[in-house]
Design a protein around this ligand. Structure first.
Ligand SMILES: *Cc1c(COP(=O)(O)O)cnc(C)c1O
Length: 364
């Protein structure tokens, strides 16, 4: 627990923990942002001060992820769910796309896309409750496919693609909501990346889209709402209409925090260290068990069970009393899940494992 503010260790899958330093800066800036005489919430999104905020946020994100010049960065709204629609509406040309279904979010995207074209499920791990990432080295990619879709980190099931699928030359689209900025990625391998920021980057309400310029098009169906065109947002530098201004400001503070920390290589190193502490314990525990195949494990979301519903409940309750909160698994899976995003300090994971050890001794 953070003594100064009486804060808990929050293992929520999202909205999730933010870095203390970021919250402190937001607090200090709250009533009068940089001598503007107002808070960022009260500011015109067309003002010079706000322009600086959004431009700096984009610049820092480009630097962190090493985003090439031929990719646009968009700050949008509507959550990852709106991307489930925007992706097919904007990218379907032949009307065909291939989806790899590795969890509930990928499945929802797959079902939504069917409204707009012929959507193929080319691989899935549903046979074993999404506890692994299928081999995607030689899939039956449709010759006419406009893109191949993945959910790179499966928030609910705790799996992660450690090797990207072989798309056989097709454009790769990735939902990175729950692993965005957790480690370096090679942006050039993707046509489009999107992420809801409430998992690893900021407050709910902002959606970041990174899209290769040649995929932007005016040639959209007549019925497509203007607001759902990537090109419209790209042409207007995410200021076509009022953007989620305050949320973008917080994201910008998180980008600065990451840069100060040493960038994504360093973040990855820290995340690997944190995850190892928890996975090593799960691997030797006689009470708790990880639910994911070892080579598919996520660095961000770690589901585990005791295989006894009453025991799970007791654990979650007692953990809460220790200031270790939001450990309940997703309502569709049960058990426990510890989300250990960028902003979860290593002390939080250490404290969780210490508590698990103690609980195991008392209950086995
Ligand atoms: C949380 C989550 C979503 C859904 O995000 P919303 O912002 O609620 O639409 C989609 N995909 C992934 C990977 C997620 O973790």
């Amino acid at each position: 627990m953070n003594q100064k503010y009486n804060r808990v260790y929050n293992f929520s899958a999202g909205p999730a923990v933010l870095p203390i330093e970021v919250l402190e800066t937001a607090r200090d800036d709250m009533l009068n942002y940089h001598n503007s005489g107002m808070s960022v919430m009260e500011m015109s999104h067309r003002s010079k001060t706000y322009d600086e905020i959004i431009k700096t946020a984009e610049k820092d994100l480009r630097e962190l992820m090493n985003i090439p010049d031929n990719y646009k960065v968009l700050f949008l709204q509507g959550g990852a769910h709106l991307q489930f629609s925007m992706v097919p509406i904007n990218l379907l040309k032949n009307g065909v796309a291939d989806y790899i279904v590795t969890g509930q979010w990928a499945k929802k995207a797959y079902v939504e896309a069917q409204k707009y074209g012929k959507i193929n499920k080319i691989a899935t791990s549903e046979d074993k409750t999404f506890s692994y990432i299928p081999d995607c080295s030689d899939l039956n990619i449709s010759p006419e496919a406009d893109y191949v879709y993945i959910c790179e980190n499966n928030t609910i099931y705790g799996t992660k693609f450690h090797t990207l699928p072989n798309t056989k030359g097709k454009i790769l689209v990735s939902d990175m909501s729950s692993c965005f900025l957790s480690e370096p990625v090679d942006v050039t391998k993707y046509g489009l990346i999107f992420a809801g920021v409430q998992k690893n980057v900021g407050p709910a309400g902002v959606q970041i889209v990174i899209i290769r310029e040649d995929l932007l098009t005016d040639d959209l169906p007549n019925w497509c709402p203007t607001m759902l065109s990537y090109k419209i947002h790209a042409d207007n530098n995410s200021l076509y209409n009022t953007p989620p201004a305050y949320g973008i400001y917080i994201c910008g503070l998180v980008f600065k925090w990451l840069k100060k920390l040493g960038g994504l290589e360093k973040m990855k190193e820290i995340n690997e260290k944190k995850a190892k502490i928890l996975y090593d314990f799960l691997d030797k525990s006689k009470l708790f068990k990880g639910t994911v195949e070892k080579n598919s494990r996520s660095l961000m979301n770690v589901p585990f069970v005791t295989e006894n519903d009453e025991m799970d409940k007791k654990f979650i309750e007692e953990a809460k009393n220790e200031g270790l909160v939001q450990l309940k698994g997703h309502r569709t899976v049960g058990g426990m899940r510890a989300s250990i995003y960028n902003a979860m300090p290593i002390e939080g994971v250490v404290k969780l494992v210490e508590f698990m050890e103690k609980f195991e001794k008392e209950n086995l």
